[in-house]
Each structure stands twice: as structure tokens, then as C-alpha cells.
Design a protein around this ligand. Structure first.
Ligand code: AAT
Length: 292
């Protein structure tokens, strides 16, 4: 470990550790679930770290939050009810709130400290909470989903940390089953689905579970996030049986001129070309994903 630098060390990416130069530690706390750190980095703005793992930096959060929201929501007409699991920082909420058709945004985050810290140190991310359509539930996403009446949501977005710690169950089959149940026919889910460079074994398992559970479309997409392990992160996009969803050809484009709320500033990362490109997979990944 280099003095004055943060290194992201985890058994989930053995033998490598991305490092950022630390200017100042702004917050350190221990919640009921995890260690929480906020530091000012030399080149990526402020950084939120949970249990030693980078959750977001001010500089590149757009590449993750915009993609995890606009890939699913631009693929269905008039999303009305949206559920976010995790995502306590509020960045996903900020992106969901761009859709004028949305009437209700529920969020279930397990750790209140993440919400409080984000409101204090990441105002441009936590701005998502300012939308009156948002209801915050503090609790475990797994339990929350089990209690959701069948067919409630048009879209579920699972902005989850890695499957070591409180998010483990969010990667397991029973969780995907409750997501499917909570969605209306032709509803969509987008989940954080790790890196094609590091986690093909995890992705393989998710894809295989999702192909059994979701009878509409099942697709894997990815984006670049320089401060996430290996610099890329993927998403599992699925739809339930019902009106067909073609994720690769979105019918509700967010970067079109009409029908979307012009708040929270312009999109920084997402556009229609990036949307289509996100589904192009390297051959080694395509082989595994298509075979499931
Ligand atoms: N938007 C920033 C990126 C994240 S945040 C993941 C969030 O999921 C955290 O706030 C964490 O507290 C919350 N979380 C974890 N487990 C649960 C659970 N069981 N129920 C509800 N919320 C949960 C993701 C970063 C990805 C990192 C990639 N290496």
C-alpha cells in the first residue's frame, strides 16, 4: 500500500488493485452494515467507498448511473412506476426523474448512512432525492421485494454493491424471481452485473438464472467506468412475458427532444449510439453469454 494513496483491494479482483491519490479524508464511519469513507481524490473529485470498494466518484459516476437507468427506461413506453434497489447515493434517482411519464419512484437502500453521507458530500448526486415522486425505504431490498404486490412496477433497477457483504442475495436466483413477480407483463429490470474481464463466472450464473426466469428478452450490456475494477461494468437487462421489449432498439429515446424533463442538467455520457454499442460483446464474452 502506497502512503497517501487509496488502493481498492478485494478477493473479487485478486492480484490487482486500482489506486487513487488521496488529498483529504472527509468522512469515516461504521454503519450497521459496512465501513463508509468519503475522500477527496487528486483527479476524480470526491469518492465514496464502502467496505474498501469504490461506489462512485464525482468524475465518472455519470457513466454508470446514466447507463443503468436509460438502458432500461428508454426501452419501454411511458414508464410510470419504478423501483430502485440499493443506489442510496441518489444518482439513479436523479436519472429516473428525467422521465416525465414517471409517477412514482420507490427506493429501498439498506444503509441510511449512505443516504446521509451522499446528501452531505455529493449534492449533485443526492439531488435525486429532491424529486417529490421519490419515496425512500430504508431496509433490505430482498425483503422489500418479497412484500411487493404482483405486477406493481414497470421497471426495477438494481444498483447494488458487489456480492460480498449485504448485497450477496441480490445476485441469487430467488431475488430475480421476486423481481420478475414485482414487474408488470413486459416490465423491465436492469441490474449491476459486474465485469466481463473479472467475473465471467458470476455473469454466467446470472444469465442462466435470468433465462429461466424472464420469458421476454434477456440481454447483457456494459459500459466503461474508469474507477470500477477493470474499468468496465455490465448490466443484466431482462423483460417479463408480455408486450415485447427490444432493448437494442429503444422506443422511448431519452435524448430525443420531447417527453423528458429538462432538469438535472444535460446527460454527460449516455446517447443513442452508446446505447446500441453497449450490447456489442467481445467474442469471449458473447460465447459464454449466448451459450446459457
Ligand atoms: N450508485 C453507486 C453504486 C453502487 S451503490 C450500491 C448500494 O447498494 C450501496 O449504497 C449499498 O448500501 C446498497 N445495498 C447493498 N446491499 C443492499 C441490500 N441488500 N438492499 C438494499 N441496498 C443494498 C454500486 C457500486 C458497484 C461497485 C462495483 N465494484
Amino acid at each position: 500500500v502506497i502512503p497517501g494513496w487509496f488502493s481498492e483491494i478485494s478477493p473479487m479482483w485478486p492480484g490487482e488493485a486500482h489506486s487513487l491519490k488521496v488529498e483529504k479524508i472527509l468522512f469515516q464511519g461504521k454503519s450497521d452494515y459496512q465501513n463508509v469513507i468519503v475522500f477527496q481524490s487528486a483527479t476524480y473529485g470526491k469518492v465514496l467507498v464502502l467496505d474498501g470498494v469504490i461506489q462512485l466518484t464525482e468524475r465518472d459516476e455519470c457513466a454508470y448511473q446514466e447507463m443503468i437507468v436509460h438502458l432500461p427506461l428508454s426501452s419501454i413506453p411511458n414508464p410510470r412506476k419504478v423501483l430502485v434497489i440499493g443506489g442510496g447515493d441518489g444518482g439513479v434517482l436523479r436519472e429516473v426523474s428525467r422521465y416525465a411519464s414517471v409517477e412514482k419512484i420507490d427506493i429501498c437502500e439498506i444503509d441510511k448512512m449512505v443516504v446521509d453521507v451522499s446528501k452531505q458530500y455529493f449534492p449533485n448526486v443526492a439531488v435525486g432525492y429532491d424529486d417529490p415522486r421519490v419515496s425512500l425505504h430504508i431496509g433490505d431490498g430482498v425483503a422489500f421485494l418479497k412484500a411487493v404486490p404482483e405486477g406493481t412496477y414497470d421497471a426495477v433497477i438494481v444498483d447494488s454493491s458487489d456480492p460480498i457483504g449485504p448485497a450477496q442475495e441480490l445476485f441469487e436466483k430467488p431475488f430475480f424471481q421476486s423481481v420478475a413477480k414485482a414487474l408488470r407483463p413486459g416490465g423491465v429490470v436492469c441490474t449491476q452485473a459486474e465485469s466481463i474481464w473479472l467475473h465471467m463466472h458470476i455473469i454466467e450464473e446470472i444469465v442462466s438464472n435470468c433465462r429461466q426466469i424472464f420469458k421476454g428478452s434477456v440481454n447483457y450490456a456494459w459500459t466503461t467506468v474508469p474507477t470500477y475494477p477493470s474499468g468496465v461494468i455490465g448490466f443484466m437487462l431482462c423483460s417479463t412475458e408480455g408486450p415485447p421489449v427490444d432493448f437494442k432498439h429503444p422506443i422511448n429515446p431519452i435524448d430525443a427532444d420531447d417527453g423528458h424533463v429538462k432538469t438535472n442538467g444535460p446527460l454527460k455520457f449516455y446517447n443513442s449510439e452508446i446505447h446500441s454499442a453497449a450490447f456489442c460483446l467481445p467474442s469471449f464474452a458473447r460465447k459464454v453469454i449466448d451459450s446459457k
